[in-house]
Design a protein around this ligand. Structure first.
Ligand code: DGY
Length: 323
């Protein structure tokens, strides 16, 4: 596959300026200038005739989309590490390669996990609202008392690329790190974190429970009422992975009843149309899926895809090729 402006690429979203400029210099790019999330039917029409399809997590690349584009489609690039929106099996069957963006967003996402932990534990949303609403009538010894991170146990579901970066940042706060993966990591990779061979074991010791595992079919609805009941009283839940790993009814009930102290969420089931009850909770620190949202990281995500395409054009297998 030679690099050539003759290669037709369809960009389903707007990317950073540096990424768009490089893409435009290398390929004949058609771009969704409206930058709206395209439904599969619209994507299949808009991207007709492309060899490279560049999407983000907001576009579902279904078997139907792949079939509609199959006559020309060679590579699907997704500007995300998560790939649950791409039908990998359909791509494999159609001989279409799939590239994603591992590693480069781990630091930014881990920083957001720290923000969520602090925001939830220290009641940052309530404090910020008090200032914004001109409702602060002065310091009191008991105002907005939260939990401090030092001395608390952080349970990480998924000590992978992102989970490890969260652990590295949490340890200097004086937190004790615990984790659950399907298998324990070798000691040199586990960063001193305590392994639990069941998620129930992890839940039981998690003063702060952080979901950092990829969303797989087995983990859909993972944090349900039964599992929340295993968390220590007044625990905090943080999610930087995917909203569909949480049972919204159960989490909202536990926040309303104060069984949980607070939650910090970056991701939501059905986002951006999150369960509206989340907007009513004082003890929720909520931000709109910003894990990788820094200029450096979004540049790096774009360039890891563009580098992967160059590698494919040279006949090599890039490290970020999933299929
Ligand atoms: C991903 O890459 O999967 C994130 O959720 C968005 O950056």
């Amino acid at each position: 596959m030679p690099t050539s402006p003759a290669i037709r690429a369809y960009a389903a979203r707007r990317f950073t300026q540096a990424v768009e400029q490089t893409m435009d210099a290398r390929y004949a790019v058609t771009r969704n200038m409206a930058d709206t999330a395209l439904a599969p039917e619209a994507l299949a029409v808009a991207a007709q005739g492309c060899e490279y399809l560049v999407v983000s997590l907001t576009e579902k690349v279904t078997a139907e989309v792949i079939a509609a584009l199959e006559p020309t489609l060679k590579v699907i690039c997704t500007l995300s590490v998560g790939v649950e929106h791409v039908d990998l099996e359909a791509a494999r069957k159609a001989g279409v390669k799939v590239l994603n963006t591992p590693d480069v967003l781990s630091d930014a996402t881990a920083e957001i996990a720290v923000l969520l932990m602090l925001g939830a534990a220290r009641r940052a949303a309530e404090g910020a609202r008090m200032i914004r609403d001109n409702a602060w009538h002065g310091w009191t010894p008991t105002q907005l008392l939260g939990q401090q991170l030092s001395g608390r146990r952080l349970g990480i579901l998924g000590l992978g690329r992102i989970g490890k970066e969260v652990a590295k940042r949490a340890a200097p706060f004086g937190m004790k790190i615990h984790y659950h993966n399907r298998r324990p990591l070798p000691p040199e990779e586990a960063l001193g974190a305590v392994y639990h061979d069941t998620s129930d074991g992890l839940l039981a010791v998690s003063d702060i429970f952080c979901i950092a595992a990829p969303s797989t079919p087995e983990l859909k609805g993972f944090l349900n009422a039964e599992r929340i009941a295993r968390l220590p009283k007044d625990a905090i839940v943080v999610n930087v992975a995917r909203g569909d790993m949480v049972d919204d009814d159960a989490l909202i009930e536990a926040l309303q009843s104060r069984r949980l102290f607070a939650a910090g969420l970056d991701v939501y089931r059905g986002e951006p149309n999150m369960d509206p009850r989340y907007r009513t909770l004082d003890n929720l620190f909520a931000i709109p899926h910003m894990g990788s949202a820094t200029v450096e990281t979004r540049d790096a995500m774009g360039f890891v895809l563009l580098d992967g395409l160059l590698a494919l054009e040279r006949g090599e297998t890039p490290h970020n090729q999933l299929v």
